[in-house]
Design a protein around this ligand. Structure first.
Ligand code: UDP
Length: 308
């Protein structure tokens, strides 16, 4: 297939690019490099099956060649990044989604939109199943990301119903691995790089809030299976093993055999208290579940950050 991938120079997008090329597809990346980097795809330099277009998909773009699949992954995605770029985040999650849907419509291409566990907000139920409608502050600082992704989901379903576009929605839970930006502010790169530099690990709040961390290669396997499926309703992808942030920090310190102390900082506004995917739907319809546990994934991630 010829596949357009917005955000292909980002963390998840670049791993998805690796997978799509390995499966023999042609990939056209559209990325404005706001939070992505050409470094993430430099291993494919000179590969005639990969084309890179530097462009902000919030402005429409006409692709002349026939496209078979459009994947919309472009967006700042770490809380620090979307708080730094609130308007760009809202644009790419509205105009960008609109432009990619129009592209798919014009090419009669299939479509997949990268949504997020953030659409569940600070969830009042756990684990989160796809039929949970969420608990989102519509005007808080995180709303620029949460509401853009909720709007994107609504728009995708409207194109599906109105134009019978062949669409998919994936709700991605916390994902980590090589190629995360050192300074994107997320817990995994922060803790690993703080420990490597011998600095105190910054725990926000009491550290008892939970997240469930999925290694990026597991996620990409699930994304590819969802692409090839005919599931048009949202599907959660993530690792259901839940940890407190304190447990995550302790794991990083143990792997690095570091005695660096923790320092407690204020909890950011609307920081979800718990997050854990119910992946029974993905298990059933995609025959997918993550294989890499947190210790193994952290070791691979730490090894990458050491040489990055
Ligand atoms: N967090 C933390 N210290 C950090 C970075 C993050 O305690 O240096 C916490 C953050 O407050 C949140 C959790 O770790 O409760 C996960 O944050 P992250 O930014 O990785 O992703 P989120 O799931 O909030 O989008």
């Amino acid at each position: 297939m010829k596949i357009v991938l917005t955000g292909g120079a980002g963390f998840i997008g670049s791993h998805l690019t690796d997978k799509l090329l390995a499966e023999g597809h042609e990939v056209i990346i559209i990325d404005n490099l706001l939070t992505g980097s050409l470094n993430n795809i430099k291993q494919h330099e000179g590969n005639p099956k990969l084309r890179f277009i530097e462009h902000d998909i919030s402005d429409s773009l006409d692709i002349k060649e026939k496209v078979d699949f459009v994947l919309h992954f472009a967006s700042p995605a770490s809380p620090v990044d979307y708080l730094k770029h609130p308007l760009e985040t809202m644009e790419v999650g509205s105009l960008g989604t609109f432009n990619t849907l129009e592209m798919a419509l014009k090419h009669k291409a299939k479509y997949l939109m990268a949504s997020t566990s953030e659409i569940y907000g600070d969830p009042a139920v756990s684990p989160q199943k796809e039929d949970y409608w969420g608990n989102v502050n519509t005007i808080g600082p995180r709303s620029v990301y949460d509401e853009a992704k909720r709007f994107s989901e609504a728009l995708v379903m409207a194109y599906n119903r109105t134009h019978h576009l062949n669409t998919r929605i994936v709700r991605i839970f916390n994902t980590y691995g090589p190629r995360m930006q050192k300074d994107d502010g997320r817990a995994v790169p922060n803790f690993v790089n703080q420990a490597l530099r011998g600095e105190k690990l910054t725990i926000f709040g009491d550290g008892k809030q939970t997240r469930s961390f999925c290694f990026v290669s597991d996620l990409v396997e699930g994304l590819y299976k969802l692409m090839l499926s005919e599931e048009h309703q949202p599907v959660n992808l993530g690792n259901p093993n839940e940890f407190t942030i304190l447990e995550l920090a302790q794991k990083v310190l143990k792997i690095l055999d570091s005695k660096t102390p923790l320092t407690f900082k204020p909890l950011p506004q609307d920081d979800p208290k718990q997050r854990r995917p119910d992946i029974s739907k993905a298990k059933k319809i995609l025959d997918w579940e993550p294989k890499i546990n947190l210790d193994e994934g952290l070791q691979k991630t730490i090894a990458w950050f050491k040489q990055a």
